[in-house]
Ligand binder design. Structure first.
Ligand SMILES: Cc1cc2nc3c(=O)[nH]c(=O)nc-3n(C[C@H](O)[C@H](O)[C@H](O)COP(=O)(O)OP(=O)(O)OC[C@H]3O[C@@H](n4cnc5c(N)ncnc54)[C@H](O)[C@@H]3O)c2cc1C
Length: 395
């Protein structure tokens, strides 16, 4: 007898990152006692990947061992370890490791993003990434083997590039770190925070090459548009992200970065039985498209869970609304800057720097796991986040 015949609704959640785990815990906490819903969470690893700490892993630092199956134990949600290789949106099945199949009635797609190494020749073959813990560990191994005075190029001046360059320079002062990219580091921060960030990079000895376009990654060097070549013993690629190709291959509506395009309640515009959450979702708010963050990703997971619960109880899902409130940036372990923002992400006048910012950033980074634990007992505790006020209100 399949699950449908006995009246059970099968929810399959792909990805146990910040968003997928939030969805799983929230939904399980809401439906466990009522019954009639089978929740299956599929993830590549049992260990929870603290993506926000991958630059620490890449510099050889140990991070907490957090196990997703342990978190889900007793919630009624089942954990399946495996690599999702295909989705059949017509048959409503998911293929795992090419040889297992899972059927769903509702799918939650939370597979995150990976570095867009296809955008520049050679990046795929010769650059390191922070796609997962294993990738970060590969870079850590490489860094440990580079001799004194060697050079590491961090390709991408976004905040992941800034955090990585600072961490590398602090942990490996014997190496030269060059941060290369189109924009000024911290370009979206307010003037005070941006100036502070730049001074911190200078203090750590990071050489910043802003306004530079990477043209090629070669074994042992990178080439800039215009022909200049920079010697590199290792290249970390953090120049943009793209979503896994699974959704596009399954025929779902995706944007130019492969993210599933959603309606206002986070359902796929082409396949309403699929919810998209976190970095893998293209979500429009009143102020524009959301960009990938944990601060926005966890609420999307919770909202998808609330929506599924509502639909199962015969009600309509509510529109998703979210407004940003901060941009915390680590500058190594000893320094940080936190920019407070308007709901649309524009900088406010207030920012934190130095030790206060370090403590703030660490509190934020460490908060997801205790949040999940709290949600298990009190699901409503996970449903508070800034809705964005007039910035996200629609008529
Ligand atoms: C160095 C760094 C620092 C950051 N700092 C911040 C910060 O300070 N604040 C902030 O808000 N955001 C920060 N971010 C961004 C934040 O980490 C992401 O926005 C967040 O991880 C998105 O959550 P997610 O659940 O969508 O995806 P992820 O956390 O990436 O989770 C996706 C999950 O899916 C799994 N998966 C992927 N493909 C498959 C597959 N085919 N089969 C099975 N499993 C699969 C992965 O293993 C992973 O567990 C940072 C990112 C980095 C890299």
């Amino acid at each position: 007898m399949n699950a449908r015949e006995n009246g059970t609704h099968r929810v399959v959640i792909l990805g146990a990152g910040y968003a997928g785990t939030a969805a799983a815990v929230q939904l399980a906490a809401r439906v466990h006692k009522r019954g009639g819903v089978q929740i299956t969470v599929v993830n590549a690893t049992e260990r929870f990947t603290e993506r926000m700490r991958l630059h620490m892993t890449a510099t050889g630092q140990q991070t907490a061992e957090l196990a997703v199956p342990e978190l889900l134990d007793g919630t009624g949600a089942r954990f399946v370890r495996g690599w999702v290789t295909a989705i059949d949106a017509a048959a409503k099945t998911v293929r795992i490791d090419d040889d297992r199949e899972l059927a769903y009635d509702t799918l939650v797609y939370g597979l995150g993003t990976v570095a867009d190494t296809a955008s520049v020749p050679g990046a795929e073959d010769h650059a390191y990434t922070l796609n997962g813990a294993q990738d970060a560990e590969l870079l850590a191994d490489r860094l440990a083997r580079i001799g004194d005075g060697g050079t590491v190029v961090v390709a991408g001046t976004g905040l992941t590039g800034v955090e990585s360059a600072a961490e590398l320079a602090e942990r490996h002062p014997r190496l030269k770190v060059i941060l290369v990219g189109r924009t000024e580091p911290g370009a979206d921060l307010g003037r005070k925070a941006r100036t502070y960030l730049r001074a911190a990079l200078d203090r750590l000895g990071v050489e910043v090459r802003a306004g530079a376009e990477l043209a090629k990654v070669l074994p042992g060097s990178v080439e800039l548009a215009g022909g200049e070549s920079l010697a590199a013993d290792a290249v970390l690629w953090v120049g943009g992200t793209r979503a896994p190709r699974l959704a596009a291959a399954a025929g779902l509506d995706v944007d130019e970065r492969g993210r599933i395009v959603t309606d206002r309640s986070l359902r796929s515009t082409s396949h309403p039985d699929v919810y998209a959450i976190g970095d893998a979702a293209a979500i429009r708010q009143g102020y524009g498209m959301m960009h990938g963050t944990c601060q926005g990703g966890m609420p999307t997971g919770v909202h998808a869970a609330l929506s599924i619960d509502r639909v199962l109880r015969g009600r309509d899902p509510k529109p998703f609304r979210f407004g940003y409130y901060h941009t915390p940036v680590s500058l190594g372990r000893g320094d940080a800057v936190v920019q407070f923002t308007r709901p649309d992400g524009r900088a406010r006048r207030i920012s934190l720097t130095g030790r206060t910012a370090v403590r703030y950033k660490e509190t934020v980074t460490a908060s997801p796991w205790p949040t999940y634990a709290r949600m298990r007992k009190m699901p409503a505790s996970g449903a508070f986040w800034p809705r964005g006020g007039r910035f996200t209100r629609t008529k």
